[in-house]
Design a protein around this ligand. Structure first.
Ligand code: PLP
Ligand code: COI
Length: 358
């Protein structure tokens, strides 16, 4: 697909960018450009362009504002030694984006167009890829742009990619996080949208995340909707458990949790390092009992934004419990190191996960 390129006539001056890079947080700073591609029924994808990042003028009846037909992805570009800029498993994001599109009755975007769009934006905004620990977080998304109030799949969509240079997701950096187990709210039910990366899932999780914050926790962990018993995932991360014998488990993909690319990658890395790793349901009461008995020694959360974060403490309506000594454990640290060093070009990539831009 051809992309019209209209460079931003007034990019952020270099001095301002350098200043902003000194204290990178998550999701507050944005690059100079964006990708926009339109879809119209009967015509398909068209009018691909890279332009100055700017607001969308939206009719008040625009479908997404009423019925939330929207999906997104989250991925990162890294600056490796020798100034090589790479993406991590971008084909996985392209595939998941279309799985989300199917679930939300939206048109699929050919994977090569998704990949081209992301790579072109990174190339255009290459000066925005931080060095060192930072990375350029990429947010491809699609929404129903037709102005229509009837309830049916829209006939017009906009696909867009924006980019944001980021540092750590959690304010405490690499310190183990405290999580809130929500008993009042669930995230997704069987047959629902839990496995899709749609905006509505996050809207529904915000009250539980607010409840977590009110209890001094960094993130919320959800239990299943049917029995309120099985640990599913965090608001924006998958979860793993490490036992005393060195074995590791993570909840299975039963349709109610997001199939994380970090999750899939860590499973492979752990398994190739000789760790016994299994996808298995884990009950919240068992988690509590195993933490108390010392059978469970570590737990961690993982995702593109958060990378790999040790879980030190769990709070819930009935109290709280520590995991191990409440610090990030050695298995968690080793897995994080294996993943990060591969992404940053400090170790070999036998899997072909890292894709160079350009
Ligand atoms: N679970 C949820 C609900 C998420 O939002 C994310 C983040 O994208 C993940 C898990 C982790 O997925 P990934 O590792 O592909 O970023
Ligand atoms: C990501 O990790 O890409 C996500 O979408 C999670 C979100 C909490 C930022």
């Amino acid at each position: 697909m051809h992309f019209d390129i209209h460079p931003n006539p007034a990019p952020l001056p270099e001095a301002d960018r350098v200043e902003a890079f000194k204290a990178l947080g998550f999701g507050t700073l944005f690059t100079d450009h964006m990708v926009v591609i339109r879809w119209t029924e009967g015509r398909g994808w068209h009018s691909a362009q890279i332009t100055a990042r700017a607001p969308f003028p939206l009719d008040p009846a625009t479908s997404v504002l009423h019925y939330a037909q929207e999906i997104f992805e989250g991925m990162k570009a890294y600056r490796q030694p020798g100034n090589r800029i790479v993406l991590f498993r971008p084909d996985e994001n392209a595939g998941r984006f279309n799985a989300s599109a199917r679930r939300m009755a939206m048109p699929e975007l050919p994977e090569e167009v998704f990949l081209d769009a992301v790579q072109k934006l990174v190339a255009q905004d290459a000066v925005w890829v931080p060095e060192g620990e930072g990375s350029l977080y990429l947010r491809p998304f699609m929404f129903a742009s037709e102005a229509f109030l009837g309830v049916r799949p829209a006939r017009e969509y906009i696909f867009c990619v924006i980019a944001s240079p980021v540092g750590p997701y959690f304010k405490g950096g690499e310190k183990a996080v405290t999580i809130w187990a929500s008993q009042a709210y669930t995230r997704a039910a069987t047959g629902g949208t839990g496995a899709a990366k749609c905006g509505g899932n996050y809207a529904a999780s915000l009250i539980a995340q607010a409840e977590a914050s009110a209890h001094g926790c960094d993130q919320v962990v959800f239990l299943d909707a049917a029995e309120r018993r099985w640990v599913e995932e965090l608001g924006g991360m998958n979860v793993f458990f490490v036992f005393k014998d060195g074995s590791v488990i993570t909840p299975p993909l039963t349709g109610t949790i997001l199939p994380g690319i970090t999750r899939k990658s860590l499973m492979q890395l752990a398994s190739d390092a000789g760790t016994a790793i299994e996808e298995r349901p884990y009950a919240f009461d068992q988690w509590q009992a195993d933490a108390a008995s010392g059978h469970l020694v570590e737990a961690f959360a993982c995702g593109t934004a958060a990378v790999v974060a040790g879980i030190g403490k769990v709070r819930h309506d009935g109290g709280e419990f520590l995991i191990g000594d409440g610090q990030t454990g050695p298995v968690t640290r080793r897995l994080r190191e294996a993943l990060v060093s591969l992404q940053r070009g400090q170790s070999n990539d036998p899997y072909g996960w890292v894709r160079t831009i350009g």
